[in-house]
Ligand binder design. Structure first.
Ligand code: BGC
Length: 749
């Protein structure tokens, strides 16, 4: 009502009549939409006068009002134009859930008591589900929370490719694989935007390290750029119609990404048809006229006088000096207003209201967490734990109690619920089980020491890795005197954090030594890693019988984990990246091309992640796509609908997935494709389709998978186009990139 009355007082008469005609008469609206099926904006039909209304509004705005829409006027919002009924564009982080409210002019939280939100599993957890439906669930759930907090834009999802296992934001990003990335990113964005909220897909693009992120110039050849780093961004534009993109901090081929004509104008807008707004990362803008002309729309930033932002007073000055035309400025203002109308922050009174921190949302977080846990090893029948056979259970490790909703540098979530692993076990286990907790190791950082020269990053937190003998003794005794022990190890969000990459794959805080001692004290020890990125766990893996991987897994992470450990949930998570045996095996490190200095050149080219390991025949510790279950699956009778295809066909693959064990479970059928004889360099295999299926114990499910032939294309640098090479392709079906169970040959004409 408030906005409506404002609009009435300020709109010119014709504008107002137009507006009410569309809104008031339902029949008219319907007819109008039917007639205007031709006119679409961001994938949705819009009224015929959609653009003219906006143009008329822009005609009424002063230069100052216009620039107010193009830069932050507080930490997370642009300026409103009250006299014209234009609201602020309100934004919030982020990937883990809606961030708490901050002061308008600083990063300091306001300390409100009504800005609690659901903490959702971090990106790596979601991608480990390999379940696009859960990606939609996540997006839709967090989209509702965004609305409930009155925001217009959620700064999520974060989908940069994981190039190095050391990346500080690995936990936040999805995967090393472009296909898995896009299959999750698209439903995620659709889910958010189904709530009258704009997703802001970040960080566009080629932003794959934290080290030197403010200035490093990333060099990627055209083919890897197109085949590895861009596909998920492209899909969120073309398939999910993302309303906004966040320009990244670093440079790409010599230009900052917020003023990169090639990326923002030529690729994003001209090639992909992006119609939304490009929002800068916070303080990622370096120029006024060049940024706008190169495709940026909104400059956001860190605290300083908001009038000093490049797109604030300097833009007004530039316009007055004739360095940029008002027409050019109008173009950007129009983009912003189009998004505002589309998310209904203007021109509508039936905007979705959303809901926040509800039981339904905690359940969404639970469902994602439950499917994300990866069973890496399970010998001697240690798992699932049989509560009836346990009188005393030792629960060891700081991570049993550690919370990760907040922590480190960057966005977290203030939540009323974060069930820790220990609480999850307490909730799940019968009272008859005596739980003995021992902390084992402490999370400690050096206050004085900086990461040493020679380490790959110079800014990350430096851990103290010495164990306290008293804590070790307590842990070892607890393990000795228990029927079984679980050690919760790994890392946390203080250590894995935005703004720095890790210096090595070593487990921090002396955990390796502790785990080895506990394993010696009680062989019935289950090792549970809680982390968002790969670690060196080779020896631990060899020494332990049961190894489980969990993530920074949201409000219900502890309950989900306990249910996996106790067998109520059969694990079905699969690694979204390769766990190397050692850092040097990973492509960016094997090619000695991380982290660079002024420049970083991605010398591994298209061979990112498992593409490198498989092509170069390097055994990883655990491969991409790997994850066990408490049951066993068999693939059989694989067939395709035909053997020969043309370029526009879809390959229809059918197979049986049999659950040969005694528990219902879910398996991910992964379809990798190889093209051995090729005119261009090829990876040994590439993921081109997958499907997660649930199969009851002892049953067989018939599974259909569709693979459009166009997915087999490579990017041809000379013709600047995607090319499907004719010839023979091998389809390799497996349950990890290294466990291929069935193979088929097809021919493309
Ligand atoms: C991060 C973004 C985030 C922004 C606002 C930046 O430091 O890179 O991902 O959305 O801050 O908090």
């Amino acid at each position: 009502m408030k906005i409506k009355s404002k609009i009435i007082t300020v709109f010119s008469l014709s504008l107002f009549l137009n507006f009410m005609a569309c809104k008031g008469d339902k029949k008219l609206v319907k007819n109008d939409q039917n007639e205007s099926t031709e006119k679409r904006y961001l994938g949705k039909p819009v009224t015929k006068d959609f653009d003219s209304k906006i143009d008329e509004l822009i005609a009424e705005m002063t230069l100052e009002e216009k620039t107010g829409l193009l830069h932050g006027n507080s930490m997370f919002a642009t300026a409103a134009v009250e006299r014209l009924g234009i609201p602020e564009l309100k934004m919030a982080d982020g990937p883990l859930g809606v961030r708490e409210e901050l002061e308008k002019e600083s990063w300091t939280p306001l300390g409100l008591d009504d800005d609690y939100a659901t903490y959702y599993p971090a990106g790596a957890g979601l991608s480990a589900t390999w379940n696009p439906e859960l990606a939609y669930t996540f997006g839709n759930s967090v989209g509702k929370e965004t609305r409930a907090r009155g925001k217009d834009v959620l700064l999520s999802p974060a989908i940069n490719i994981i190039r190095t296992p050391l990346g500080g934001r690995t936990y936040e990003y999805f995967t090393e694989d472009p296909f898995l990335n896009k299959k999750l990113a698209v439903p995620f964005v659709v889910g958010i935007q189904d709530n009258n909220v704009a997703a802001c897909v970040k960080h566009f693009a080629a932003n794959n390290q934290e080290t030197h992120r403010d200035y490093v110039n990333v060099k990627i050849a055209e083919r890897p750029l197109r085949e590895i780093y861009l596909p998920a961004f492209e899909a969120t534009v073309k398939e999910a119609h993302a309303y906004s993109m966040m320009g990244a901090y670093n440079k790409f081929r010599g230009e900052y990404l917020c003023e990169n004509d090639y990326m923002l104008n030529q690729i994003l807008r001209d090639e992909w048809g992006f119609e939304g707004v490009v929002i800068s990362d916070w303080a990622a803008v370096h120029t006024t006229v060049n940024s706008l002309k190169s495709g940026l729309d909104i400059e956001m930033g860190t605290p300083k006088d908001f009038d000093e932002f490049f797109l604030a007073q300097p833009l007004i000055d530039a316009a007055k000096a004739g360095e940029i035309s008002e027409e050019e400025i109008n173009k950007h203002v129009k983009r912003v207003l189009r998004v505002m109308y589309s998310v209904k922050s203007m021109g509508s009174d039936d905007r979705k209201k959303g809901s926040i921190s509800t039981e339904a949302h905690f359940k969404d977080a639970y469902n994602i967490a439950a499917e994300s846990v990866v069973l890496l090893k399970n010998e001697n029948d240690l798992l699932p734990l049989k509560a009836s056979r346990i009188k005393t259970l030792a629960v060891i490790g700081d991570n049993a109690k550690k919370k990760n909703a907040l922590g480190g540098f960057g966005a977290g979530v203030k939540t009323k619920r974060e069930v820790t692993p220990l609480e999850g076990l307490q909730n799940r286990l019968p009272k008859s089980v005596n739980i003995q907790f021992a902390q084992g190791y402490e999370e400690r950082y050096s206050k004085t020491e900086k990461a040493k020269l020679g380490d790959v990053t110079l800014s990350g937190p430096v851990t103290i890795d010495e164990l306290d003998p008293a804590l070790v003794e307590e842990a070892v005794n607890a393990a000795k005197n228990a029927d079984a022990a679980i050690i919760f190890a790994g890392s946390n969000r203080d250590y894995e954090t935005e703004a720095s990459d890790r210096a090595s794959l070593d487990l921090p805080f002396g955990q390796k030594e502790l785990i080895e001692k506990v394993l010696e004290a009680n062989p019935n020890t289950i090792v549970v890693m809680i982390a968002g990125a790969p670690y060196d766990i080779d020896e631990i893996s060899q020494k332990s019988s049961a190894l489980v991987w969990s993530w920074f897994n949201g409000s219900e992470g502890g309950n989900a984990l306990a249910n996996v450990l106790l067998g109520d949930v059969n694990p079905s998570g699969k690694l979204p990246w390769t766990m190397p045996k050692k850092l040097e095996d990973s492509p960016a490190h094997a090619t000695n091309s991380f982290p660079g200095d002024e420049t970083v050149s991605y010398d591994e080219g298209i061979l990112v992640g498992y593409r490198w390991f498989d092509t170069k025949n390097i055994a990883p510790l655990y491969p991409f796509g790997y994850g066990l279950s408490y049951t066993d699956f068999n693939f059989s009778d694989v067939e395709t609908n035909t053997k020969t295809y043309t370029q526009n066909d879809t390959i229809s693959i059918r197979l049986n997935v049999e659950n040969t064990g005694e528990l219902a479970g879910k398996e991910v059928v992964q379809v990798y494709v190889s093209k051995i004889e090729s005119a261009v360099e090829r990876a040994d295999k590439e993921l081109k389709a997958f499907k997660k299926v649930e199969v009851s114990a002892g049953k067989k499910a018939s599974v259909n998978i569709q693979l459009p032939v166009k997915e087999l294309a490579y990017y041809d640098v000379s013709s600047k186009d995607w090319v499907v090479e004719p010839g023979i392709y091998n389809l390799k079906l497996g349950n990890s990139s290294r466990n291929i169970l069935e193979e088929l040959e097809i021919t493309i004409q």
